[in-house]
Design a protein around this ligand. Sequence first.
Ligand code: FES
Length: 156
Amino acid sequence: MALPQTITSELDALVTHYPDRRAALIPALHRCQEQLGGWLSPQTLEDLAAYFGLEPVEVFGVAFFYPMFRLRPRGRHLVSVCHNVSCSLRGAEQLLEHVCKVTGAPVGGTSPDGRFSVVRVECQGACANAPMLDLDGTFHEDLDPERAERILRSAP
Ligand code: FES
């Protein structure tokens, strides 16, 4: 199998910005994740290895190392709950517990209806307004469980 032509065209342009093709691997992983359903399948990683002329283990190693790469399918909405110090001190664990209850998704997993995936994340730089969560790239801050529930229930 091979990467779709739309992606290889984009990668062909991307690699010209780097002195060494393999330096474009991380941005290429991001592009594939964005455009191929929000995660990186084993086949996609093998296709990327072929594209870059690398051993598959090299590409798998990079994808497994960085937490921003998802190696399993995820729900339609991604809920990222910060659990670092400021958020923890202001109720992040209770918030996370409530998020899991409302969405039906376990931490690090996806709800049975495929609607939500929930993950713990490190500090998002919104400590002054802790606790917070990120829903599909939008920060929601100064949360309590009830407010978080309203936000999650209003997600399409
Ligand atoms: S500790 Fe949660 S945003 Fe910084």
